[in-house]
Write a new protein. Structure first.
Length: 452
């Protein structure tokens, strides 16, 4: 029978029975209000640009014919109202912007598109009725030419407004240039003495320009709102990450609850620092890229920010379980030492943490009057280091101790199970080797001390 025995201790489910699960700490009211004030300021800056542009259109509307000016004023009013609704919904959405908020915003945007399309349809019908007289006087070339010129002027005003004031190439690339070519076709019809064709073409171009202005304004509003939302979501997570660099472990035993603070970054092997770096990088992309797309911003809000929040929860939970695992490893080492002392007359002579790191294995060297030695190693195990592996290395000087090794290992296994620890089956190893033990255990360093 070998001089090395191993026991696996699966602690994953055991934690859930023993520990009161902590939550990621929530931000205090002062921090939340600070973030909300930042969101209000950014909304005023970003959506304010859209609203101020809408308010500045009055001078341009005065250049339109009477038949179109009324329609355009109503359209401008509805678009301004929509921007205000975006701002109010975001401010009223709470501190953590959720998917349903943006589903509602998308529904609002779809609704206004439908309303404005219906307004355009009614406007087209009104224009057709007003200009029915042109069809009745086909021979009146002068009236037809005047109508064509009026529509051409309105279309030119609308074209120049979009070209000068709106980010049309970002949100509808190439559309305005195509409509400009069609506007040139309308001028060509008029120059060639075809005023009726010029009217039809100019009306079509004007209608398309009105649609383009609406579409660009809506998309710019959506982009601005989403960028505010994306930035706020990421800043909220960043503050949570900073707050949860330290956390509390809560232990409930015999009706008593104890709390102890621990360094999450230390116990997660730097995962908090990694997460904060990734969040900062995401904030930099949102802040620094004026060409970031609507889809990319929507993905930040719907996917990236929630993923960061979930990752923070996982990091805190893993760190908490590692802290608990370290304490459990120390407790297991003490239980094993007690069992060897009470049942087999061994005495604990040295306690050592590998590398002096409480995240690593704990070693206990025990001696017997016969000269025999046992080294107990309780090491992290499992994919995230929250299970435990117990190894017993027996260095015996007498020749009749093989059976005793098995007896000792079984006794320790039973002893641990009495404390409801999920100890697995005994596994035989090879002959123990001192070379893979810490220098202190091998007698090459300063003697360790028993844990407090």
């Amino acid at each position: 029978m070998s001089g090395e025995k191993t026991l696996q201790i699966a602690l994953q489910n055991w934690y859930r029975r023993q520990i009161v699960e902590p939550l990621v700490q929530s931000l205090d009211a002062h921090t939340v209000e600070h973030l909300r004030e930042g969101m209000r300021q950014q909304l005023d800056a970003d959506l304010g640009d859209v609203r101020r542009r809408q308010a500045g259109l009055e001078g341009t509307l005065n250049q339109l014919s009477a038949r179109n000016a009324v329609f355009e004023r109503e359209t401008a009013r509805r678009l301004d109202e929509h921007v205000g609704q975006l701002e109010q919904r975001l401010l009223a959405s709470g501190d953590e912007l959720r998917t349903e908020v943006f589903d509602a915003l998308a529904g609002t945007e779809q609704a206004i598109r439908g309303e404005l399309e219906e307004q355009r349809r009614e406007h087209r019908e009104d224009i057709r009725r007003l200009e029915a007289g042109v069809d009745e006087v086909q021979g009146d070339r002068r009236r037809a030419a005047e109508a064509a010129q009026s529509w051409l002027n309105d279309a030119k005003v609308k074209h120049d407004l979009i070209d000068d004031k709106l980010p049309h190439e970002r949100f509808a690339p190439g559309v305005l240039s195509g409509l400009g070519r069609k506007l040139g076709d309308a001028h060509h019809h008029l120059d060639q003495g075809r005023p009726e064709a010029a009217v039809v073409t100019a009306q079509t171009v004007y209608d398309s320009l009105a649609e383009l202005q609406t579409e660009v304004t809506l998309k710019e509003s959506e982009w601005a709102a989403l960028r505010v939302a994306a930035r706020h979501s990421l800043l909220f997570i960043d503050e949570q990450v900073k707050l949860n660099r330290t956390s509390l472990i809560v232990d409930e035993r015999d009706g008593e609850i104890t709390k102890a603070q621990f360094d999450v970054d230390h116990w997660s092997d730097g995962a908090v620092s990694d997460l904060r770096r990734d969040v900062a990088q995401a904030i930099g992309v949102v802040d620094g890229n004026e060409l970031i797309s609507i889809d990319e911003l929507r993905a930040v809000v719907r996917e990236q920010a929630p993923a960061f929040a979930a990752r923070l929860g996982e990091v805190v939970d893993t760190a908490r379980r590692r802290v608990t695992a370290a304490q459990v490893r120390s407790n297991i080492a003490e239980l094993v030492a007690d069992a060897l002392q009470d049942g087999f007359a061994y005495q604990a002579e040295q306690w050592v943490l590998a590398g002096g790191d409480d995240r690593e294995a704990i070693f206990v060297r025990l001696g017997h009057l016969s000269g025999n030695e046992i080294v107990v190693e309780v090491a992290p195990a499992g994919t995230d280091g929250t299970d435990a592996q117990l190894r017993l290395r027996s260095f015996d000087t007498d020749t009749g101790s093989a059976a005793q090794r098995g007896t000792r290992a079984v006794a320790i296994q039973r002893h641990l199970r009495q404390y409801e620890l999920p100890v697995g089956d005994l596994q035989e190893g090879g002959e123990p080797n001192r070379s893979d033990l810490p220098p202190e255990i091998r007698g090459e360093g300063t003697p360790g001390r028993s844990p407090a």
